[in-house]
Design a protein around this ligand. Structure first.
Ligand code: FAD
Ligand code: DLZ
Length: 509
């Protein structure tokens, strides 16, 4: 008699571990647990999605004949805080001969699993995760010994390994990467199609009531819950993206659109991360759209690069770097988070939209996460751990293995350049070029100092000034240092003075 523990982000009905179970005798354990629901103040929408998807998944398993022991939050909250406590109880109730586990997404749980292997009275067997294209070991092997393990190198390797968008040994379209064709600014009067919304059924309705009651203080507005909660619905969301938005995904991948939270993005990250959609299926579907002439190469390659490239790569980096990665703070950034990160009210329009969407919808697209919020945090020197905690809390798709490398490595350059070859730092000019926010903003991207000046401008030069010694030695940053020095002494002091003032009154920007 075996017990399989499945976590809330392991919702894959095709996982091979299920074939190792005998439905007549073995059990599956799933639980909504206080420790998991509160290791950060998760967005209410995320808790609701995880709980509802877990309940639907348990029902699907039972329909297939499996015996599922499912503990709802109201059962666990006063009795078992953690997997450890619940597992001890479950093991005491039945004469299990083995515990099966599926590789967890993060170090915290992997340490716990390792302890169980040593301490539990039954043998423990861990199966590989099934919602990545490459195994953890394949990724560790790829990273091993590389001084500069860049995503682009990994991506080309991954394209060759999978054959995705390959014509023999050559990349479709003649090159591996079309990112120069992913940078169109947002044009006036373009309205992207709305993503498919899913009605709430009885299970979800009950979960929403539970979350509203138990997590009342957490960020998030549950009236925006319209997510897919089953694999079948997630497939529909994938179809909807392929049919209505993929073709334009490439052109506007980096665009910022005022009042259009999704632009042409897929909104699939949470489904892939929970195990409802397999990343290889997502890539193959996009590839098929290219071969059927439904979407151009810059869209399909751009999209596949995100899933096959970035998603696999950051997961590999997370395991390659180990638990200490979270302690990196290359620039010694320690300024506390401004209050508006959690409250959502700030005058800078691009930040207001990005932070507001993050808090209320649990979503912001990549450029909002990177070049609006992350860029601000980088320039202002915000505390790395606080920023990472915020990202882990607010987004529907946030799990440490993906959030941490993206936030600490990509947005904050806190790993000193392991992930990125230069900091993703930009002034108001970039934000103005890529989108339509500035037209609705009280600040001007053209001014450097003064009450109407876009705060990104002076903060950008202050950042270059503070780190000029390091940046002068980086070929990709040296030009900015020399431009800084082309400004007169008076200009530089005025900018420094203004930027320091912004930092002092950061809560009221
Ligand atoms: P699309 O733009 O449609 O991209 C398609 C898919 O590619 C996504 O669904 C996702 O699975 C994958 N993808 C794209 N970019 C990345 C990336 N950089 N890393 C990993 N996968 C990627 N993504 C998360 O899934 N969880 C997070 O917690 C998370 N935190 C982030 C924090 C920061 C600071 C930054 C800059 C990025 C973060 N990302 C995270 C990556 C990316 O922003 C989101 O995956 C994406 O915005 C999700 O929206 P989408 O599904 O519409 O993506
Ligand atoms: C994110 C999350 C939440 C909010 N709640 C649960 C839960 O109650 N039970 C559970 O099994 N998993 C939950 N999860 C997902 C886990 O925290 C996830 O497995 C880890 O973050 C590893 O990626």
């Amino acid at each position: 008699m075996k017990l399989l523990l499945l976590l809330g982000d392991q919702l894959c009905l095709k996982h091979p571990v299920l074939q190792h179970l005998n439905p007549a005798t073995d059990h599956i354990l799933m639980a909504e647990l206080p420790d998991e629901a509160s290791y950060v103040p998760h967005n209410k929408l995320k808790i609701a999605l995880v709980f509802s998807a877990m309940r639907h998944f348990a029902a699907a398993l039972m329909q297939q004949g499996f015996s599922v022991h499912y503990y709802q939050y109201t059962d666990t909250k006063d009795r078992w805080q953690s997997f450890d406590a619940l597992l001890q109880y479950q093991l005491s109730c039945f004469a299990y001969q083995a515990l099966y586990l599926v590789e967890p997404g993060e170090h915290r749980l992997q340490s716990q699993f390792n302890q169980w292997a040593d301490s539990l009275p039954v043998p423990v067997r861990q199966f590989d995760s099934h919602h990545f294209i490459f195994s953890r070991q394949q990724m560790l092997d790829w990273f091993a010994g590389k001084q500069q393990p860049r995503m682009e190198h990994f991506y080309q390797w991954a394209r060759r390994q999978t054959g995705l968008l390959m014509s023999g040994s050559n990349p479709e379209g003649g090159k591996f990467n079309f990112d120069k064709h992913n940078r169109r600014a947002w044009p006036a009067n373009l309205t992207p199609p709305k993503a498919q919304r899913f009605d709430t059924d009885d299970i979800t309705t009950k979960v929403l009531a539970l979350v509203e009651k138990e997590f009342a203080q957490n960020p998030g507005r549950l009236e925006h819950f319209h997510f897919a909660v089953t694999a079948c619905q997630a497939e529909q969301a994938l179809d909807d993206f392929i049919q209505t938005r993929l073709a334009n995904f490439g052109d506007y991948q980096d665009a910022l659109a005022d009042d259009e939270p999704g632009v042409f993005h897929s909104l699939l990250s949470a489904y892939i991360n929970l195990g409802l959609l397999a990343p290889i299926t997502v890539c193959r579907r996009a590839e098929a759209a290219y071969y059927q002439g439904q979407a151009p190469i810059n869209a399909v390659e751009g999209f596949i690069r995100q899933v096959l490239g970035w998603r696999e790569y950051v997961r590999g980096l997370y395991w390659h770097c180990g638990e200490d990665y979270a302690n990196n703070n290359h620039f010694n950034a320690t300024h506390p988070l401004p209050k508006w990160f959690w409250q959502g009210t700030v005058r800078m329009r691009c930040v207001q939209q990005a932070v507001g969407n993050s808090l209320h919808l649990a979503y912001a697209h990549h450029i909002q996460r990177l070049m609006v919020i992350g860029n601000f945090a980088l320039l202002a020197g915000l505390d790395v751990k606080q920023v990472c905690q915020w990202y882990l809390a607010v987004y529907i798709d946030a799990f440490e293995w993906v959030e941490l490398p993206n936030t600490l490595g990509m947005a904050l350059y806190a790993d000193g350049g392991l992930l990125a070859s230069k900091p993703y730092a930009a002034s108001g000019n970039y934000l103005n070029k890529m989108g339509s926010h500035c037209q609705h903003c009280p600040y001007s991207p053209k001014l450097l100092t003064g009450n109407k000046a876009c705060p990104y401008n002076s903060l950008y030069w202050r950042f270059i000034d503070i780190h000029q010694q390091e940046f002068a030695a980086n070929p990709r940053m040296a030009l900015m240092v020399s431009q800084w020095h082309k400004k007169s002494h008076e200009q530089r002091s005025a900018i420094r003075h203004w930027a320091d003032g912004l930092i002092r009154r950061i809560d009221s920007l």
